[in-house]
Design a protein around this ligand. Structure first.
Ligand SMILES: NC(=O)c1ccc[n+]([C@@H]2O[C@H](COP(=O)([O-])OP(=O)(O)OC[C@H]3O[C@@H](n4cnc5c(N)ncnc54)[C@H](O)[C@@H]3O)[C@@H](O)[C@H]2O)c1
Length: 282
C-alpha cells in the first residue's frame, strides 16, 4: 500500500463497491485498495471460485466481501450478481468495470489479428463494460448518487504494440479500449443530472496474466525478444519506455480508482486518466 493511500484510509467507509474481473491482476488490486479504504466488496468474475477466494483472502470469511459469478458479455448474469449484491448489502455506491481480454483464443500464437480477436475484444471489453454500467445504472439513478469507474488502457488513446515486427494482433484491443473511453464520456453526459459520475482509468504496463500472454506472443513474433522468458520481455519493454522508470502495480491503479470513487472527485465526470508513469502523455 502506498504512503498516500495510508493517509486517506477509510475515506470509503460505508460504501459498497462492485468490481468485475476481480479474481486476478488489476481487478484484485483495485478491490484490495477499496477495501483498505473502508468499502465493502462485491467481487465479480467469470471464474466464480477465484472470485470467492479473493473475497475471503481480502476481507476474511463472513465479513464484508462476497465473490460472485458473472460473465460480463451476458447481461442476465450481471443482473443476477447485482440482485445478490443488493440483497446482501442493500446498495451499490461504486461500480468498477475492469474485466477485459487481450484477444481471442489462440492470441499468443498469432502475429496478426483475426475475427476472433475483434469479436472477443468487442464483446468483453466494450459490450462488457456497457453491460456492467447498465446493470448498476438504474439503482444509482434511483438513489441520486453513484460512482462508475471504467478501466480502459493508454493503448486506447495512442496506437501501441503494432510496430513492424510485433504484429497487428493487438490492434483490436486498442480499438476496443478507445471504445471504452468514448462510451464513458457518453454515459457521463447522460447521467450527470442524476448525481452519478462516470470516469475511466487508463493503465499503462503491468505484469499480470494478461501481459504474460502479450510476452508469449512477442517471444514468437518479435526478433528482439527471441528466446527470452516472458518476464524478461516485460522488463525489456519497461526499460527506457516509462519516464518514471518502473511499471505500474495493481495498487497504483487502485489508488486512481479510489480517488474517482471518493468525495474528492465530486465534480469530476467524463474524464480519462492515464496511470502509466508518463509513457504516453495525453
Ligand atoms: N496488464 C496490463 O498491462 C494492462 C494495461 C492496460 C489496461 N489493462 C486492463 O486492465 C483490466 C484488467 O487486466 P489484467 O491485466 O488484470 O488482466 P487479467 O487477465 O489478469 O485479469 C482479467 C480478469 O477478468 C476476468 N474476466 C475475463 N473475461 C471475463 C468475462 N467475460 N466476465 C467476467 N470476468 C472476466 C478474468 O477471469 C480475470 O480474472 C483489463 O480491462 C485490461 O484490458 C491491463
Amino acid at each position: 500500500m502506498s504512503g498516500a493511500g495510508a493517509v486517506v484510509s477509510r475515506q470509503l467507509e460505508g460504501r459498497v463497491a462492485l468490481v468485475t474481473g476481480a479474481a486476478s491482476g488489476i481487478g484484485r488490486g483495485i478491490a484490495e485498495v477499496l477495501h483498505s479504504r473502508g468499502a465493502s466488496l462485491v467481487l465479480v468474475d467469470i471464474n466464480k471460485q477465484a472470485a470467492e477466494s479473493a473475497a475471503n483472502e481480502i476481507a476474511g470469511e463472513g465479513s464484508a466481501a462476497i465473490g460472485l459469478f458473472a460473465d460480463v458479455t451476458d447481461p442476465s448474469t450481471l443482473a443476477s450478481a447485482v440482485d445478490s449484491a443488493l440483497e446482501r448489502f442493500g446498495e451499490i455506491d461504486i461500480c468498477v468495470a475492469n474485466a477485459g481480454v487481450i484477444g481471442g483464443p489462440g492470441f499468443t500464437e498469432r502475429r496478426d489479428y483475426n475475427d476472433d480477436d475483434w469479436d472477443a475484444t468487442h464483446s468483453v471489453n466494450v459490450r462488457g463494460v456497457v453491460n456492467t454500467n447498465d446493470a448498476v445504472r438504474p439503482h444509482m439513478i434511483e438513489k441520486g448518487r453513484g460512482r462508475i469507474i471504467n478501466i480502459a488502457s493508454h493503448g486506447g488513446r495512442t496506437p501501441r504494440g503494432a510496430d513492424g515486427g510485433i504484429g497487428s494482433v493487438q490492434v483490436p484491443y486498442g480499438v476496443s479500449k478507445a471504445g471504452v473511453i468514448q462510451w464513458t464520456m457518453h454515459l457521463a453526459l447522460q447521467i450527470a443530472k442524476h448525481g452519478v459520475t462516470v470516469n475511466v482509468v487508463c493503465p499503462g504496463t503491468l505484469w499480470t496474466p494478461m501481459w504474460e500472454r502479450i510476452a508469449q506472443m512477442r517471444s514468437l513474433y518479435d526478433s528482439r525478444y527471441e528466446g527470452m522468458e516472458p518476464n524478461d520481455i516485460f522488463d525489456a519493454q519497461i526499460k527506457g519506455s516509462i519516464p518514471l522508470g518502473r511499471p505500474q502495480t495493481p495498487t497504483d491503479i487502485g489508488d486512481a480508482v479510489a480517488f474517482f470513487a471518493s468525495d474528492d472527485a465530486r465534480v469530476i465526470t467524463g474524464q480519462a486518466l492515464n496511470v502509466n508513469g508518463g509513457a504516453i502523455m495525453n
